[in-house]
Write a protein that binds this ligand. Structure first.
Ligand code: NAP
Ligand code: MG
Length: 500
């Protein structure tokens, strides 16, 4: 705690923040062509922070044209990879220098706790940008085994114009996951931040320009998804859409692509991730600590949030007690107070959705044994950690993604039943497994239908590991790790005749 400033100091910083509010197109901040703006709100207080350009189709057309022009000129795509790497590293360095300011901006725009923004969002975004930048000059192509009469070169090229359509739950971190590899590989990029959290993404444009990223290589168009997202999805000159958000909107991008230029679509979507405790676990102390983190970290506004705790029926009460003990350390309130581990829901409408699920859980017969009612602080958008018992696998709260601080206890009578329930979902983003038996760890991890299985910890892997979902949780590629670069590269064969 000693490394944190005081609440009053963060609040003073929040009042004096400077940040752009216009779109960033072709190296310049510009208003929306229509002149329209949209308010961005601090959900923890209900106060308006700023009016941000609300872009539309014309702005998307301008951004795509700027991106295409920079790509064709080769100012970035054909720059020596080592130079490109140095500029990307300088960009990361500027974020590092301004990390506290960015963390405060992220916190006020999203309701996320400042301590998390400082300890997780900013460092992880920066580390991610560095990790991918380092790959820029370490990519090799291949040579095919085509015999002595030919030389087959397998060459990787940047794909061209990349559009990233982003969610609000980890605004900067999701930019890092996509921008890191896309930039390092020499593409020209358009970012479309979520409408409720555009500010930190816009702020990045200042650092990108200062780091030397050429104009037109990074463009940012805030605005409503139904306009800006759709226009990017349908644009004939966008080569790939990298999307993170709901399964519902993800499906639309596949349609946009099929109705336009068959652009590549990569989707990171929702989840209903299980937290499975096998019957061989003796002591619940560590597992319960991870279950609390898995369910409530980032107010449960987390695509890998574990909202189904599947555990032996006869030890449910013991697990619940262990969770309650850990929850005592999770304070909720003013996001700018560094003592708080939990802040506000991101928006009034999302608050209403989450409360709707809590009410439905009760109406269908489950019992909120922890939490279950909003707290009367700040804007009133604070929902405490909520644990439901008496949940049946058929209940709505055990099946649909809630994306809030709500988890369910599902008792089972065998490890096999646990596995069956864990996999019985339309989603497959992540799964957590606790066991005292390493062989069970391997065996069950292989059987779980999820893109990431974390054994004896709640985790999404790290920068080095690919991340993405099975089933309705993902499509077309992965974020993170070396695999993420494939989204943003084309493979070309150059076949040279060696017969004289
Ligand atoms: P969302 O409603 O799908 O929005 C995501 C993005 O799509 C936003 O930028 C949104 O713009 C835009 N959009 C909305 N309607 C659109 C349309 N008709 N056409 C094109 N674009 C459109 O999702 P969200 O509520 O922001 O985020 C929560 C979801 O993201 C959850 O389901 C969560 O699981 C998922 N998520 C997944 C991951 C992962 O890595 N798998 C990570 C984080 C979150 P507006 O903001 O203007 O609406
Ligand atoms: Mg906001």
């Amino acid at each position: 705690m000693s490394d944190f400033l005081t609440t009053a100091q963060y609040e003073a910083m929040a009042r004096s923040l400077s940040f752009p509010t216009q779109a960033f197109i072709g190296g310049k901040f510009v208003p929306a062509a229509s002149g329209k703006t949209m308010d961005t709100i601090n959900p923890a207080t209900g106060e308006k922070i700023a009016e941000v350009a609300s872009c539309g189709v014309e702005d998307v057309n301008r951004a795509v044209a700027a991106a295409r022009k920079s790509f064709e000129r080769g100012v970035w795509a054909k720059m020596h990879p080592t130079e490109r790497k140095k500029i990307c590293l300088r960009f990361a360095e500027l974020l590092e220098k301004n990390a506290v300011e960015l963390a405060v901006l992220e916190s006020v725009d999203s309701g996320k706790p400042i301590r998390e923004c400082l300890m997780t969002d900013l460092p992880e975004t920066i580390e991610c940008l560095i990790w991918h930048a380092e790959i820029a000059d370490k990519q090799y192509g291949g040579i095919s085994p085509s015999g002595s009469g030919a030389l087959g070169l397998i060459v990787k090229e940047p794909i061209g114009v990349v559009a990233c359509v982003l969610p609000w739950n980890f605004p900067l971190m999701m930019v890092g996951w996509k921008l890191g590899p896309a930039l390092a590989e020499g593409n020209s990029i358009i970012l479309k931040p979520a409408s409720v959290t555009p500010l930190t993404t816009l702020k990045l444009a200042e650092f990108a320009a200062a780091a030397g990223i050429p104009e037109g290589v990074l463009n940012i168009v805030p605005g409503p998804g139904a306009l800006v997202g759709e226009a990017l999805g349908l644009h004939p000159d966008v080569d790939v859409i990298s999307f993170t958000g709901s399964t519902e909107v993800g499906r639309l991008f596949l349609r946009y692509s099929s109705e336009s230029n068959l652009k590549r679509i990569v989707l990171e979507l929702g989840g209903k991730s299980p937290f499975v405790v096998l019957d061989d676990v003796k002591d619940y102390t560590v597992a319960a600590q991870h279950a609390v983190q898995a369910a409530f970290w980032n107010m449960g506004e987390n695509c890998t949030g574990n909202s189904r705790i599947i555990l032996p029926n006869n030890r449910k009460a013991e697990f619940l007690e262990a969770m309650k003990k850990h929850l005592q350390g999770w304070k909720i309130g003013n996001p700018l107070d560094p003592a708080n581990a939990l802040g506000s829901m991101v928006s009034k409408s999302h608050f209403t959705t989450v409360m709707g699920y809590i009410e439905k859980g009760k109406a269908e017969g489950a019992t909120a044994v922890v939490g279950g009612a909003p707290l009367g602080i700040g804007s009133g958008l604070f929902i405490p950690p909520t644990i439901f018992d008496g949940v049946l696998p058929t209940h709505t709260i055990a099946n649909e993604e809630i994306f809030g601080p709500v988890t369910t206890l599902l008792g089972v009578n065998s490890n096999e039943e646990a596995l069956r329930i864990a996999n019985n979902t339309v989603y497959g983003l992540q799964a957590t497994l606790f066991t005292d038996d390493i062989t069970n760890g391997h065996l069950f991890a292989r059987e779980m239908k999820a893109g990431t299985v974390s054994v004896n910890n709640f985790s999404e892997g790290d920068n080095t590991t690919p991340f993405g979902g099975y089933k309705l949780s993902g499509f077309g590629g992965k974020d993170k790790g070396r695999e993420s670069h494939d989204q943003y590269l084309e493979t070309k064969t150059i076949f040279i005749n060696l017969n004289k």
